[in-house]
Design a protein around this ligand. Structure first.
Ligand code: ADP
Ligand code: MG
Length: 701
């Protein structure tokens, strides 16, 4: 039975179409103005919108509403209020006012604020973001909001994102006008995040404390088969997975999330979902919802969706590819080379602005993709290296080189030369060669930022991209300001030349997975921020504080608060992992190892009693190896406990030091223990093991 998808699509969204139908004309117009230009919304308009929204929500089964926000935990938060208002004896009506729509005051004092609220007051406020549509989920009307403190400090991930989009808008429009493109009145960034995930049977998940508490397996011997056959990638979907994906698509479509592509990924039990791109803040909201719905739908299918960056050792982890571009209100994608020389010039300016931005703020990009989970991927030969560089392909490299060297562009046949009046090369379209190993790749009409972890909000990486590019454009504007229109092309030519000379070191079209690249990157002076504790201090580097404060994206206090929260989050994560490992080994695994060794010993003795002089070398070596493993693990558990407590104690005084200690001491020891446990596990029959194995988890769906 095929459902009517266009009817289903967005059926739970208070969309533009619903608004047009439900709102009085003048109210609709006023609201559109607010959405498009960010103008202030009058209370009577808000009241009118609230009434229509409530009517629509109630018609669609909603009984409650919630302001939906994105605190700095990276998750979403909500607190539901019902629409009911008592009137008279035992009667209620359903009510919702403009004030309730526009502003909320959740008692949100338990969210991390990195010290921000302590200095002011504990209250936090949520403010409606009318540019991201409201929707219904589980009989509640969800109103996307920004979350800030009484004195206006951003306490969430959305506010800085909106500010960064505004910064880019401002600088992009300015430079476009300077380049003679005066039609454009606003510019937005667009994002399409490709989301990777694992699906495993729920009953197996429920047996592993590590998956439950940390989202990843802390040990587990590899299955005989991993991903080496390359048979899973784009392979046929197993029926249970196909049914899951089908349900997932429908749930997402109802919420107006344009889920488009789905396929199996490289690792066994790994999959991917990609939506059609959208305006950045909407895409960020949608990605948060997508992750949540992915987990929820999995439950229904007796599966668990793992969004952790590295749930299983030895096979690929999960990331998120953040496809990013910039487009104008006139419908032009500024990262599309375009067809005319004028479009080419615009494109080159924006392309070079991105190159400059990435070169100057590579450290911030790394910070934006940091986190305990993602540290297992970056630089581990399956994901981009921790070194940020840009891939632009051979043709664009040639074009930039021709500008840099004042040579005419001598290109492949697909590219048209336009000598004569124009100093800049005219080219049609880059035939985008592919490179899977670059953390930041140009893919024809957008950049793909590939360092992001699968579980994280995509807000931060886009805050960095938007702001860094805004800054590059602002600097370009300054360099070009005052140039007469007839001299503009020459001036742009010179500007690109200077910028390329300065920033070409960040361009790398080769294989990012090799050791040679690590060496070369170092010689080029690029950052190689290997771990989260290495990366985070860059957040508070002077140049980065200057960037964010100049563009009013973060205040200095807001930056420090986020730095603190990220550090603390890292420390807490590894602390939980360590304690979980200790518990699993002590309570389940070591007893299982000892139990099986004892069983083998008893059997060997019985055999010997039965037949005198019988050799039991197989049993003896198992007993010996397992007992040694058990002894080693017991000793290391004690050591791990001590090291963890020490690192955790350091957190009281110096969070940065604690994070470094968790990275250097705790994680290193946990890795050693994992190897010992895995070697022991290989010698024990599955039914004697306390936990489901990699074989079972990865191949039995
Ligand atoms: P690729 O083959 O390069 O991965 P796709 O066409 O499959 O490209 O797109 C991958 C993702 O990039 C999708 O989510 C898509 O919507 C998104 N995307 C395409 N164009 C843009 C754009 N202009 N801005 C942001 N994202 C985009
Ligand atoms: Mg892609």
């Amino acid at each position: 039975m095929s459902k009517d998808i266009p009817t289903l699509y967005g059926s739970l969204v208070f969309s533009d179409k619903v608004m047009r139908n439900k709102l009085p004309k003048d109210v609709y117009k006023a609201l559109r103005k607010t959405i498009e230009n960010g103008t202030h919304l009058e209370l009577d308009v808000a009241n009118s919108v609230a009434v229509a929204m409530k009517e629509w929500a109630v018609e669609n089964g909603a009984t409650h509403f919630t302001h939906w926000f994105q605190p700095m935990t990276g998750f979403t938060a909500e607190k539901h209020d019902s629409f009911i208002t008592p009137v008279g004896e035992g009667e209620v009506i359903m009510e919702f006012s403009g004030k309730e729509l526009v502003k909320g005051e959740p008692d949100a004092s338990s969210f991390p604020s990195g010290g921000l609220r302590a200095t002011f007051e504990a209250r936090g406020y949520t403010n409606w973001d009318p540019t991201s549509p409201a929707f219904i989920k589980d009989n509640t009307l969800y109103i996307p909001t920004a979350f800030c403190s009484w004195s206006g400090e951003a306490l969430d991930k959305k506010t800085p994102l909106l500010r960064s989009m505004e910064a880019l808008n401002k600088e992009a429009v300015k430079i476009l006008h300077l380049l003679g493109n005066t039609e454009v009145t606003s510019v937005i960034t667009t994002v399409g995040p490709e989301q990777e995930y694992f699906l495993i049977p729920k009953e197996l998940y429920a047996k592993r404390r590590d998956l439950i508490f940390t989202g990843r397996t802390l040990f587990g011997a590899s299955a005989p088969k991993g991903q080496e056959m390359e048979d899973h990638y784009f392979g046929a979907l197993k029926p249970r997975v196909a049914a899951y994906m089908h349900d997932l698509d429908e749930e997402l479509w109802k919420l107006g999330i344009p889920a488009k592509t789905k396929h199996n990924e490289v690792a066994p039990a790994q999959h991917e979902l990609a939506p059609v791109f959208d305006t950045t803040n909407v895409a960020v909201d949608h990605n948060q919802l997508t992750m949540e719905i992915m987990k929820k739908v999995a439950e229904k299918h007796d599966l668990v969706c793992l969004l952790h960056e590295k749930p299983f050792d030895g096979i690929n982890g999960s990331g998120k590819h953040n496809n990013w571009s910039v487009s104008t209100n006139t419908g032009v994608n500024l990262l599309d080379p375009g067809k005319t020389p004028a479009e080419n010039i615009q494109f080159l300016v924006f392309l070079v602005a991105v190159i400059k931005a990435v070169d100057e703020y590579a450290d911030l990009m790394r910070v934006s993709a940091s986190g305990a989970g993602n540290d297992h991927r970056l630089g581990a030969n399956e994901a981009p290296p921790a070194i940020v560089s840009i891939f632009i392909g051979d043709e664009l490299t040639e074009i930039l080189k021709s500008i840099e060297e004042d040579k005419f562009f001598n290109a492949h046949k697909t590219i048209q030369m336009d000598i004569g009046a124009h100093v800049l090369p005219h080219f049609t379209k880059d035939t985008t060669d592919r490179n899977r190993t670059s953390p930041f790749a140009f893919t024809g009409n957008k950049f793909e930022f590939r360092m992001l972890g699968s579980s994280a909000s995509v807000a931060s990486p886009n805050v960095v991209l938007n702001t860094a590019v805004a800054e590059a454009l602002a600097q370009f504007y300054k360099e070009l300001e005052g140039t007469a229109p007839e001299d503009m092309e020459t001036a742009v030519h010179e500007l690109i030349k200077r910028a390329i000379r300065k920033h070409k070191k960040v361009i790398f079209n080769g294989n990012g997975y090799t050791d040679e690249w690590i060496k070369e990157a170092e010689e080029r002076g690029l950052y190689n921020l290997v771990s989260t504790p290495d990366a985070l201090p860059q957040f508070i580097a002077d140049k980065n504080i200057e960037l964010f404060t100049k563009h009013s994206v973060f205040t200095k206090e807001e930056i420090y608060s986020r730095y603190e929260i990220l550090l603390e989050n890292y420390v807490k994560t590894i602390n939980i992992e360590s304690k979980t490992l200790q518990e699993m080994l002590t309570k389940d695994f070591i007893p299982a190892v000892n139990g099986y060794a004892a069983e083998v010993a008893v059997n060997a003795n019985e055999k010997k009693a039965l037949i005198e002089g019988l050799a039991t070398t197989a049993e003896e070596s198992i007993v010996k190896e397992l007992t040694e493993a058990s002894n080693t693990l017991s000793a290391k558990v004690a050591e791990l406990k001590a090291v963890t407590e020490k690192a955790d104690a350091a957190a009281e005084e110096d969070m940065q030091k604690a994070a470094e200690s968790f990275h250097k001491d705790v994680l290193t020891l946990m890795d050693e223990m994992k190897d010992v446990a895995n070697a022991a596990e290989e010698k024990i029959p599955d039914e004697e093991l306390p936990y489901p194995t990699y074989d079972q988890m990865l191949f039995y769906v």
